[in-house]
Design a protein around this ligand. Structure first.
Ligand code: NAP
Length: 307
């Protein structure tokens, strides 16, 4: 039986791994479908302390992974499909049939991109519709593309896409951005970005050809419909937490985020950190900080058991 099993390898999970490994708890870290988490789909990270020139997400996560490994963290690959937290040991079931048993579990499974929810969007997924500009942006060179959203992710995606696309249409449902001022100002000043305020995507066009050729937009104030030619649409409208295996087992808020108090959940020995329990800050540095908190709570709990 393991002392600590950590679910997830984003900044929260890997910081928890560094701390618990240094405390000689030999954590087993479960690496899922997206090793390194959401940061590996981001471009230059300019706000993680210690990197004045910025650092790309994948490099940062590889460094954190190595750091945890150096102190004795072990990694297993798999997706968590089910957990049994009804008694001791705590059990985690992975998709390939492996079961991990542990005294404590740290949940750091993060969150994933949301989509608008249109049928045409669903049909054209991977054929011009994407939730990850940094993954797919380079496929659309010298053609027009669109980004939907008004938060920092939308700003970052729109700016990133200007490196490849001939033009970036940014579609936002209100008349002001939610994003930080510095990012919004960069977007507003960029000659390749055209902003469609008060607009929503009503239809992703050309389903019949099975690739995106345009969008039908609706102005929510005037009701006017327009069509814009684009070869890709990047949804950047926020995230939902990866909490499905914990439904009915751990307390969640109305959006499905785990409810914690200083990373402590309502089951003894189970902690949660990072975006899976934080719909408010959702920053790499706050995720890492909460990973540290979860590790310290875990250490104290194991000490209280005499282990
Ligand atoms: P977010 O801040 O929640 O913004 C989501 C945006 O999508 C909002 O503008 C929202 O519109 C819009 N939206 C939501 N549902 C929609 C729908 N169904 N149709 C159309 N538009 C919809 O999400 P985020 O941009 O992913 O950012 C998440 C967090 O990560 C934030 O705290 C952000 O600061 C942080 N972040 C930071 C950086 C950075 O600092 N480099 C980069 C990326 C993200 P409304 O504004 O009308 O609600």
């Amino acid at each position: 039986m393991e002392k600590v099993v950590i679910l997830g390898t984003g900044p929260a999970g890997l910081t928890a791994a560094i701390y618990t490994a240094r405390a000689n708890l030999k954590p087993v870290v479960v690496e899922g479908m997206q090793p390194g988490g959401q940061l590996t789909t981001t471009t230059d990270i300019e706000n993680f302390p210690g990197f004045p020139e910025g650092i790309d997400g994948t490099t940062l996560m590889l460094k954190m992974r190595e750091q945890a490994e150096r102190f004795g963290a072990r990694y297993v690959t798999g997706d968590v499909v089910r957990v049994d937290f009804s008694g001791t040991p705590l059990k985690v079931f992975l998709d390939e049939g492996q079961t991990l048993e542990a005294t404590t579990v740290i949940i750091a499974t993060g969150a994933r991109a949301k989509y608008i929810g249109l049928e045409s969007e669903q049909k054209l997924m991977g054929r011009g519709v994407s939730g990850c500009a940094t993954c797919d942006g380079a496929l659309y060179r010298d053609v027009p593309v669109a980004v939907v959203g008004g938060g920092d992710t939308a700003m970052e995606d729109a700016l990133f896409l200007t490196r490849f696309a001939s033009k970036v249409s940014l579609i936002h449902r209100r008349d002001e951005f939610r994003a930080s001022k510095i990012m919004a100002d960069r977007v507003k000043a960029h000659p390749k970005i055209e902003i469609h305020w008060d607009s929503v995507v009503e239809e992703v066009l050309d389903v019949s050809r099975n690739e995106v050729t345009g969008l039908r937009l609706k102005n929510v104030k005037t009701g006017v419909l327009t069509e814009i030619p684009v070869m890709a649409m990047f949804a950047a409208i926020g995230h939902e937490p990866n909490t499905r295996p914990f439904k009915g087992i751990l307390s969640m808020d109305e959006s499905g985020y785990l409810v914690t108090r200083h990373t402590v959940t309502d089951i003894a020995g189970v902690y949660a950190c990072g975006d899976v329990q934080d719909s408010h800050y959702r920053q790499a540095v706050t995720a890492a900080g909460s990973g540290c908190m979860a590790a310290l709570e875990t250490e104290r709990y194991l000490c209280s058991l005499g282990g």
